[in-house]
Write a protein that binds this ligand. Structure first.
Ligand SMILES: CC(C)(COP(=O)(O)OP(=O)(O)OC[C@H]1O[C@@H](n2cnc3c(N)ncnc32)[C@H](O)[C@@H]1OP(=O)(O)O)[C@@H](O)C(=O)NCCC(=O)NCCS
Length: 156
């Protein structure tokens, strides 16, 4: 493993999409799993343009100076809310660090960047659902989340 250069966290640009489509499948240990499937580049570009029009879904990325490829990504949605005095809430999904960059503090830095963005947007909380593997729980606790409530999902 090489030395970790400067980590830069920023919003993804359209030109990051090809790299994102390589990074996102690394969320799964099994490359054939459903979550490892990504759209075509053309479809991803259409989705990116749609997100840009919506203006409340942000794809965040981290880069390491030494790397050509992206080191990490997550997606954060800022949802308007009628509760909590009308303050929005942030939901984070698709958190993935490149396999060769795990355990180097990059995921934590990216989530700190996401938290800062959510604070700036006036959000009253940031939430996410994890499948609950011990590594994920350790990571999210360290990143500032506490384990609260029970998550529900219905796949469609
Ligand atoms: C989970 C994941 C995002 C963590 O990212 P990472 O960059 O490797 O984590 P970091 O190096 O930033 O670690 C930050 C903290 O989390 C802890 N952590 C990271 N991986 C851990 C593990 N496998 N077990 C326990 N704790 C772990 C670290 O010890 C560190 O704690 P500290 O800062 O208090 O010392 C990354 O391993 C990953 O992409 N995994 C596959 C995809 C995935 O599971 N995504 C989450 C979907 S919900």
């Amino acid at each position: 493993m090489d030395a970790l250069g400067a980590v830069v966290c920023r919003m993804a640009q359209r030109s990051d999409l090809a790299a994102l489509l390589t990074l996102i499948p690394q969320i799964e240990r099994d490359p054939l799993a459903d979550g490892a499937q990504v759209p075509s580049l053309a479809h991803a570009e259409a989705i990116f343009d749609q997100l840009a029009r919506h203006g409340n879904v942000f794809i965040l990325v981290a880069t390491v100076a030494a790397d050509m490829d992206l080191a990490a990504t997550c997606t954060m949605t800022i949802s308007p809310s009628l509760s909590h005095g009308g303050r929005p809430l942030a939901t984070i999904e698709t958190v993935v660090v490149a396999t060769w960059r795990r355990g180097q503090g990059i995921g934590k830095q990216l989530l700190a960047y996401a938290f800062a963005h959510a604070r700036e947007a006036g959000c009253y909380k940031v939430q996410l659902i994890t499948c609950g593997r011990p590594d994920q729980i350790g990571f999210y606790r360290s990143a500032g989340f506490s384990w609260e409530g029970v998550g529900f999902k219905a796949y469609l």
